[in-house]
Structures are given as structure tokens and as C-alpha cells.
Write a protein that binds this ligand. Sequence first.
Ligand code: ADP
Ligand code: MG
Length: 766
Amino acid sequence: MLELKKINKSYKTGDFVQHALKDVSIEFRKNEFVAILGPSGSGKTTLLNILGGLDRYDNGDLIINNTSTKKFKAIDWDRYRNNCVGFIFQSYNLIPHISVIDNTMMGMTLSGVKEKTRRKKAEEALKKVGLLEHAHKKPNQLSGGQMQRVAIARALVNDPDIILADEPTGALDTKTSVQIMDLIKEISKDKLVIMVTHNPDLAKEYASRVIEFKDGKNVSDSNPVNKEEADHSKFKIRKTAMSFMTALKLSFNNIKTKKGRTFLTAFASSIGIIGIGLVLSLSNGFKIEVDKFEKNSLSQAPIIISTQAMNMSEENMEKMMGNSDKKLEKYTDEKKVFVQEDIKESMMHTNILTSDYIEYIKKLDKKYLSGVSYQSVTALNVINKNENGYNLVSDSSNWILLPTNPNENNEGIIDNLYDVLVGEINEDEPGLILQVDSKNQVFKSSIKALGLDGDDVSFDDIMNATLKVAINDEYYLSLGQSFIPNQDLESLYNSENSITLKVQAIVRGKKEKELMTSGSGIGYTNALTKLIVEKNKNSKIVNAQRELNYNILSSQPFDNSLDSTNNKDMILSYLGSESIPSIIYLYPKDFESKDSITTYLDDYNKDKTEENTIQYTDMASMISSLSGNIMDAITIVLIAFSSISLIVSSIMIAIITYISVLERTKEIGILRALGARGKDVKRVFNAETFIIGFASGVLGIAIAYILTIPVNIILEDLSGLANVAKLNIIHAVILVIINILLTLIGGAIPSRMASKKDPVIALRTE
Ligand code: ADP
Ligand code: MG
């Protein structure tokens, strides 16, 4: 059943060739105790390794089960070792970091036998060698004799047909040697035992057959197999395959034996993860803050539709920086000047706010709006009175038309934006609102407009101020074809036709709406514009202007270019024939509404030519996209820096794994002798890097998470924002996975090296 036919094996070291086996031909019976004797270096171990499938012969043949092994693949040898052969070594070769019983059942673990079965079998084998009570000790807690018994139990446990023992008593004292030999003799009753020894007495006493070796040749045989002894029995060969769980357990046990080093490695390689984790949690937190800010205040900042809109496209920004045409070299020697489109032309867009468009805006679903405001071009002929007399308020064109509440059911836009300090706003009455800033400041011009003066003015004085708006027919005096303003302000002020204006309320922008309501100034209600238009639309000057084709106030001809304010419609509107808005403010109700509004506005432009489109300005999204871009850029730069430490840590893992491979060379040999495939060995080391990768990833995330606490305290101190740094759970999981992948990659080369290790050489290392 086992036969060597003209086996040759030589080892090359440099130029030197050592012929370890020369034309060795031996036949073994299925059941006998063969002792192989011979001086050191005569090729005994080489013979055993070839018989056990650990080493490959150069030429000749090894016949197993009447089958040539010439065509055996690596996997066939692995199965043969796992199922048919049990090895016993002089130096025991137990895996030091796992228990006696785990050592015993390793062969079965490798071939995927169920936990319960293999435990039972291992216990039986340990009982047979008298070591059951030591099952849970580690090998180094046993004596030499006991360790050799564990090795014997391990060799027996899978019930192999062949036991190969290489000087099993070589390291033991005489008394223990005898005990071990008795045990082996016992085993040999129903197995083929081939034992190498250089003790001729032991050989003769125990073995049924003695073969002597000299210089790589078998020189004598006490009981060779006769031609008649035909033997057709066969070995049973099962599959072997280590499960990843086994690999994990092996590596985990190994790692447990060097806790300190593993912890340091995991800690060092977690630094990259800590960095990235912190950066991500900060940028994540800031994004959330910015979103909140946008939703709370920016989202309600008005969308502005003005007669002049700026087109801040990327292309235009480039042009402003002087890089309009990318095809041109920055500095050119050409004797030419290149002409580019005027910036103003392409950046400024003139919106013609036609009555069509105003109608379109009015049809916008009110539910999206918290307020609308039409800045009117209609002039206010305002006159005030102070101790020096009567004055025309020339800067009333800077006054702001208050936004109106578009929807009865909504909370008023004004209540939403302002805190009323004194008085009450009545949007249905013509009146003024004085807005102060957060420190109750206003500009001198505002106070002067109200006919007041001084470094501070009491609320009472302001609420008591009375202004008048003169109607056109009294303000503009007709001189035949032209009109001039009436200089008699006193009579205008006291005319019963003039509209009386009082300050309804003093307000201050709400703190959380700071961005939209900062600053100060005078506002007036929509009802005032309506009243003025009503009183002036049929006034003499308006009627006259309707007939004329030049500016009635300046006698200048109209300029009908697109961006001119000196055209007929504008002048008529200025005089109060109707109220064409020059700027429309749309206040979205919330973040979602803003999108709906801009979509609605975009829809208007769909079938329009470029010059007829109406462009709007969405400050909020400009600010947020800018801040978003800056934040993304910072995040990427910081992550790039932290990634360097991730790379460094995977190199470190590679080195650690390499050291581990060197340290565990013997273990690799043992595993291979027990039938592990090269693949399985790779698995063991991959499992180790997996564990380290997982540990360092989780450790890094945990530390990053803990660090967010002091980071948040510092940030709150600096910025007043609480709990900014927030680690997103998805980021955490992804980081751990990336870390595992990186360490696996780092460990891949050393693991591959381990799997390629020659088991014979591996076993010879000490
Ligand atoms: P024994 O077990 O009888 O002492 P071995 O089978 O171990 O002898 O070795 C036989 C010969 O082959 C020795 O001369 C040894 O030096 C040589 N040899 C064994 N293994 C190797 C190897 N891996 N590389 C080079 N020479 C080797
Ligand atoms: Mg030897």
C-alpha cells in the first residue's frame, strides 16, 4: 500500500548539491512497525518527509494505494497528509498559543469536522495517551514527555493509516522514552508506523522490521516484503479546508499571547482613522449647522427680481479674473489685441418687468410665500416741518416699501421679521415704520427726514412727528407745456389735500433674522403707494406726460435703451400714473417653498429668448453654495492629510505581519504537516490582519468619538455653537471597512509569503 520506487532527492545550496536520497526503493506493509536506523545526515528525515507528502521527490515514484503519485497536485498531497498520515516529531512541534486539546484536534479542525465530534475524538485520543486532565493547559505548561504524548494524540486523533515518527524519543530521558515507545508499539497494532531513531537497542526491542540507512541509501532490511504479499487495501482520503472562523480563532489566540504589541499596533494604526473621523465629524457637524442656518434664516431671505440682475455664472467670474478664453496663452508674443465680450454686457442682465410678468408673479401660489414686496418707482413728495421751517424730503426714494402679507392665513411677514418696540403696524393704513438696528441706531438722514434732530431722540418725539405728502396737482405747477415743483412748502404742508403721514411703529429686526433685517431705515406701507397712485393717476402732469414723447420734468428726449430709467413708462410710473415695481422681493415661507418658487420663476423663462428672460437673484443659495464649496475643499484637504497616516499605518501592518510570519514559521510548518493548504495558511495571516484592522478601526472611531467631546467644548467657547462635531454612524462604518481593507492589502504580501513557505524548511526552523 505504500511503496517507494527508485526515489531520488537532492538539495541544492548554491553550487553545492547534496544527494539526500539515492535510488531508494522500499515497500511497506499496511500494518507493521518499521524502525529506520542510520547516522545523522543519512537521509532519514528526508525519507519520512517524502513518505508523508511534506516534501517532493525529484524522480522515481511513491505508490499510495497502488496509485502513482507522479500526477499528484498540491491539494492531493494536502488531503493525503490530513487524512492518511500522522506526524510525530522529535521536537514535538505543538502550537504554543493554543491549548492541548486545540492542538490535538487541529487536524480535524482543518478538515472541517464538527466541533462536537472533534472534541469527543480529541478527548478519546488524550485519554489514550493519559493526558485528559491536562486538556486545557498550554503546551509549555507540560513536561517533554507529556508534550510528546500530546503530539502522539494529535497524530492518532484523525485515525490515520500511517504514523511517521522522527526520533520521537530523541529529546527524552530513558524512562520517559520507554513509556513513549510502549505507546507507539501499542499504536502499531493496527497501523503502519515508520519510526526514525538512532538508538539501535530501542529499534530492535520494539520494531517488527529494521531498515538501515547510510549516505542516502537503504543498506539493510530485516524483513522486506515478499513478492507474494499482495496488498490491495486502500486509504480513505477526505477533503480538507480551513474555515475562516478557524483561521480567526487561531489568529485571535495568537494575538492574545501578545496583547501589548497588538494594542500598540492597533493604536498606532488607528491614528489615521482618528484624524479622518474627527475631520468628518466636524465637517458633518458644520454642514448640519449651515443647513439649520439656511433653513432658519437664509431660506426666508427674499428672492430679488430687480430691473438689473447680475449673472454670477462661473464663466463670468472667470472673465472678471481675466481668463475669459482658456485657449489663449496667458502671456502671448503675438502682435495682436484680442477682443472679448464686455463684462457688463454678459454679467448684467436687464429685466423688463412687464405687466405680463407682474401678473405671472401674482399667480404664484401664495402658500409658498411669507411675504411679497414691490419696490415702487413712484415718487413720494414728502414735506416735513422742524423749528427752522418746512423741508422737502429729497431722499424719500430710499425708503423701503414694506413687504405685505400675501396670504390671509399666514402669520404676517412683518411680525415674522421684526420686533415692534413701540406702536402698532397697520398695513391697511398709509404710514411709516422706523427700523432701528440692534443698538437702536438710525442714520441722521432718517431722523432728519422725520423733521427731528439731536444725538438721541425719544420714541415719543418720533411717534409725534407729522409729515405730509403733496399731491401732484398741488406740487407741480403748470407753465403751459412744462411743469415746475411748487416752492411754497408751507402751503403744501398745510394743504388739506396733502396726505398726512405718521410713524406707526418703531421696529427692530429679529435677532435670528439678522441676515435679512440688519440695518435701519424708513419703511412705508403698501397702502401709501396705493393712495398716492389713486390721487395722482389722473393729475394734470400725468395726463400731459401721457401725450408727450419727451421727459416732461427734464424736457430731455426719452432714452429707450433697455437699462434706461428715462423712458416713458418709467417716468409715468414715477409721477404716479400707475405703480410699476422696479424691484420685487419674494419672501419664501421655508426652505422647500424656496425651491418651488425658483422653479416657478425658471418656468417663466423656458420659452423666452435670452434677452426677454427675467433673471432673479437668490442670495441665500449663493451664500450657501459658496460656504458649501469652501467647506468641501477644507474637508478634502484635511482628509488627504489624515489619509497619509492611514497609508503609513497599512505599511506598518505589513511589517508587523511580516514579523508575525517570521515568528510563526514553525506554526506554518506544523499546520502544513497536519494537512493545511497554502491557502489556509494565508487565511490565518489574513485573519490576523483582519483582526488588527478591525480593532484599530473600532479603536480609532471610539477615540475620535471621545475626542469630539473636548472639541465641541472648545468650539462652543469660540463660536457659541453647541455640539458641532457629530460623527455620522455611516461614516464610522465606512471608515472601519476602509481600514480593514487597507490592513488586508498591507498584510497581503506577507500572508502570501507565508502560504508559499516550504513546509519542510518551515519545520526545520527553530
Ligand atoms: P537525517 O535525518 O538522516 O539526519 P536528513 O534527511 O535530515 O538526514 O538530511 C540528509 C542530507 O540532506 C543532509 O546532508 C542534510 O544536510 C541535507 N539536507 C536536508 N534538508 C536539506 C535542505 N532543506 N537543504 C539542503 N540540504 C538539506
Ligand atoms: Mg533527521
